[in-house]
Design a protein around this ligand. Sequence first.
Ligand code: 5U1
Length: 678
Amino acid sequence: MSVDNIPEEIQQLCEEIDLHNYRYHVLDEPTVPDAHYDKLFKQLKVWESQNPALVSAQSPTQRVGARPNSGFGQITHEMPMLSLDNAFNPAELSDFDVRLRDRLGRSADKPIEYACEPKLDGIAVSLLYEDGLLIRGATRGDGAVGEDITHNVRTIPSIPLKLRGTGYPQKLEVRGEIYMLKAGFKAMNEKAAKSGDKTFVNPRNAAAGSIRQLDPRITATRPLEMCCYSIGVVSDGEMPADHYATLQLLNQWGLKINPYLQKSNGITDALGYIEKMQQLRTELPYEIDGLVFKVNNYNLQQRLGFISRAPRWAIAYKFPAQEEITQIEQVEFQVGRTGAITPVARLTPVFVGGVTVSNATLHNMDEIARLELKVGDWVVVHRAGDVIPKVVRVIRDKRPGDATEVEFPDACPVCQSAIVRIEGEVISRCSGGLTCAAQRKEALVHYVSKKALDIDGLGEKLIDTLVSKEMVAKFDDIYYLSKVNLMRLERMGDKSVDKLLATIERTKHTSLDKFIYALGIREVGEATARNLAREFGYLARILAADVERLEQVADVGPIVAKHIVSFFAQPHNLEVIDNLRSAGVTWPEAEPVAEDELLLAGKVYVLTGTLEQMGRSEAKAYLQELGAKVSGSVSKKTDCLVAGTAAGSKLKKAQDLEIEILTEQQFVDFLKTQGVEV
Ligand code: 5U1
């Protein structure tokens, strides 16, 4: 780079760094590697140190400034920062729509357009831009007066110090939420715990604690983001006529908005949005505690007005609380498929995350020690989506005087075999193997599960009965079940027995990967099983492979390789395989396909939007299995974009670059042609 014209070069470099910042932190579409960004940043620092008079307050190097001299100043909001009315179920949301239509004199056939967006669980803030420059950041406070946090908001990379482009009003107040990503929160807490520093209870508290630091150098180290959801004071400038268009414009000016923002035509559409977001909730990289629905059109908003401190034209749809307090009644020990002994807390039933919870996993004894948990303690239980409820902390102040220590059993609670704990492992296991009824049952449940032999109709309850009545003990016993015997069981009629026997017969024809997965080898999940099947083609070759050879398979490290070798070294496991073959279980075997001969070898795929029929990671695994590379951003090198619903800027970019685009259904259909069942 030439340095003949330093002021211009510095200016250009600032703009280039700002652009990368915007692409990375606001659009989530970086176009250069981190190392390149770091190089540019370093260069700017060098030039600025040589030309201190040319350092502008908006330079990317100037995000971390001095701490305020006299604590946090107070800011009176020129326009109060409102709160939101709440709805707790679909009926209350429908009532809201009816109320608004009554007020506006609209019949049901003239639906109101709503802007729908997630309600981030963070800290509400206001940013003030004058002539495009960030001049102030304030917390919401009590809605009328907040705290001056300008020194801290400047450190947040998704907040531009200077608006991009042109056309913004001379004075523009932007409002939104500062929050912390779940992954950043976890990493930050782990680091703090290691160095003996204070940890935070949840991402929201961590964000609040970070934004209320006097020293901006501390805030700068915290993984904070800001997402904008409205405007406040605007003067000397034009803004669009609706909320959705306003947020799009804020995004063009460099501010982050939520990618799941969408319009809905009427309340039925809005209810569909709830369904979709509820499913997505646990996959989101940040916590949300609900959704917000706003009348999109500003004229209508004005006509509707306010009631006390909340607008009539908006409502927060609150999800059920994910954390509640309850008491530990007992700690019991369960035996899993691989013999792992897991402590489970029996709780006083509590309604959390939309269901009544009476059990929560405690993982292992180390976790109990970490939580310092005793029987009788009051605890906070967390339940998110379909994930197993978890005890997150003990409320020490509420510990009853008669709380007792958790005692680990001396022997397996099911079969009384010895319990072993391998050095370096946190898990203790029952040494009974398949002689232990609990392990047998879990192994059978795994064998018949969807991703294994997929014997629909042979559920956990029926297996329980079959095991306890000693009708099934080993996998192959399933294939010798008779109609007469099954008919003797409760709730098993003629039709359901016929159906079950037909399914058992049909699913005898399986695939090598499903068969390997079904065997229940430790640490061999469906992806590893697929990689093994693809790499070897024949079961006999997997049986013959040593640790070194197995380690060459994608996904297989030394531990997994050792598990595979030791599984096949045990005569009783080979006997299981022989017996299954004798019972008629078959799968096609073929020469493996070389990596570069895979259908999608060398192809670059990008996934965007919400996939309804599978998770992102599942879609990624399918593509990788077919040889494709999966990238996070669209570029000229992209061969195909798989676009789910609510796809945003990546879809637009792919259209601009004329890249092949598949809808989710087209993608699923394509996978089916490759024998992948979704
Ligand atoms: N997503 C979103 N969260 N949230 C919070 N929008 C939104 N709007 C709010 C609040 C308090 O208030 C409006 C009245 C602007």
